[in-house]
Design a protein around this ligand. Structure first.
Ligand code: HEM
Length: 162
């Protein structure tokens, strides 16, 4: 027997969970239930769950982005799916610290991390576009989105070394 979808009901899968809204219930330690008016950007982005959720999507997109991977040295890293999990951890923890959250980043500073990659302005712009599009995609409000993009822009001169 086959079942038919009732057009008047919303199918289960149509509901896309908002990871930022889930954060307080999911992890009260990192995302306070009540946000004070002077909450850090880290808190306003939804704490560890909000940031990790965005980075999960971002890194998958970066690994597939044609402009980002036009740089052969970048592609040596981003072209290998085995690098995804570790890279997601590093970018998540870097972002947590950059947004004013707890100290947890164990990777290199931004100069050292990118010095062997010969990243040019076009490469940086391609990544910045993906970061902005991803924050928008997961529903980060405009003030928080702008604040985080200003932080990213502040690292341009350290990352662009070509
Ligand atoms: C402000 C912007 C950026 C941030 C915050 C950032 C963040 C990071 C972090 C946290 C790491 C890990 C460092 C480590 O392994 O210790 C990393 C490595 C890397 N980044 Fe970036 N990145 C930025 C821009 C870019 C751009 C524009 C590209 C390419 C066009 C890029 C490509 C890479 C690659 C390929 C690696 C891995 C290098 C390796 O392990 O050989 N990044 N980045």
């Amino acid at each position: 027997m086959t079942t038919t979808q009732d057009a008047t009901t919303t199918p289960e899968h149509a509901h896309v969970p908002d990871t930022r809204r889930l954060a307080p219930e999911a992890d009260p330690a990192t995302a306070p239930a009540e946000q004070s008016p002077n909450a850090t950007l880290y808190e306003r982005l939804g704490g560890c769950y909000g940031i990790a959720g965005a980075v999960d999507i971002l890194v998958d997109r970066l690994f597939q982005n044609v402009k980002v991977n036009a740089n052969e040295k970048v592609h040596e890293h981003h072209g290998n799916p085995a690098n995804a999990a570790g890279y997601k951890w590093l970018v998540t923890s870097w972002s947590i610290e950059a947004a004013g959250g707890p100290k947890c980043y164990i990777g290199h500073d931004m100069d050292t991390a990118h010095e062997h990659l010969a990243i040019d302005t076009a490469g940086f712009d391609a990544v910045a576009k993906e970061i902005e599009a991803t924050l928008d995609f997961v529903g980060v409000p405009d003030p928080e989105l702008r604040e985080f993009m200003d932080i990213i822009e502040g690292y341009r001169s350290k990352v662009v070394q070509a």
